[in-house]
Design a protein around this ligand. Sequence first.
Ligand SMILES: Cc1cc2nc3c(=O)[nH]c(=O)nc-3n(C[C@H](O)[C@H](O)[C@H](O)COP(=O)(O)OP(=O)(O)OC[C@H]3O[C@@H](n4cnc5c(N)ncnc54)[C@H](O)[C@@H]3O)c2cc1C
Length: 221
Amino acid sequence: MSKVKTSNRTRIRRVPTRAVFDREILNQILDEALICHLGFTDNEQSFVIPTLCWRNENRLYVHGSTGSRMLKILKSGASVCVTVTLLDGLVMARSAFHHSANYRSAVILGPMHHVDNETDRLSALEHFMEHIAPGRWATVRAPNNKELKATDLFWIALDEVSVKVRTGDPVDDVGDMDLPVWAGVIPIKQQFGPMAGAKDMQLEVAAPNYSTVFGQRWVNE
Ligand SMILES: Cc1cc2nc3c(=O)[nH]c(=O)nc-3n(C[C@H](O)[C@H](O)[C@H](O)COP(=O)(O)OP(=O)(O)OC[C@H]3O[C@@H](n4cnc5c(N)ncnc54)[C@H](O)[C@@H]3O)c2cc1C
């Protein structure tokens, strides 16, 4: 089992038993998440901006317009904090205090690296699209030079990372166990589909079948 590299800055202090060091679990969280929240500081002010993300091996990528403030800050080499959160359930306890959430989350620290080579940018974008919708890249019009120039890409190494996971039932006090209150978990699942074709489609094109990509999270109707 390959281990998540942590540090004094990413050591989990509250409920450290929920810390996870299995890199496979980190990878699953990042691959399922699709979005991260990217925290950075600009002139004394902290910002946390939601943005799409995708993983390739030991790197997490983000992209956006070259004009974006966030990407300009990233280009300066500033250290950032990237968080990724999957909310899996609401945990209903017998006492108000012990209500909780089931989740899988990761925090990644470090500088972001600019993808400055055009070939690498193109291949990272292809990887992004293929991660979401395998086979799609070959069917769409590829980015032209102008579009590529307008798009910036950055990656952060998955080197200074913490992963925290909560699963299972509420943990109630022994003295509360016989209270007449329903206790358990309300599961939360991200769902994809059914597909909604664009209203301005001019040709009849069969909808691709992405149901296998999203597995049980795919909804047909
Ligand atoms: C799910 C999701 C995915 C996204 N994916 C991408 C992506 O892949 N690439 C990308 O470039 N952008 C993405 N965005 C948009 C992104 O969150 C920013 O809005 C965008 O980067 C704007 O940059 P900016 O430089 O114009 O804004 P900034 O100059 O950074 O923002 C100015 C101010 O606008 C407000 N603001 C900015 N963004 C948001 C927001 N999303 N919601 C509420 N207030 C906001 C804040 O108050 C901020 O201080 C995504 C947003 C969401 C919600």
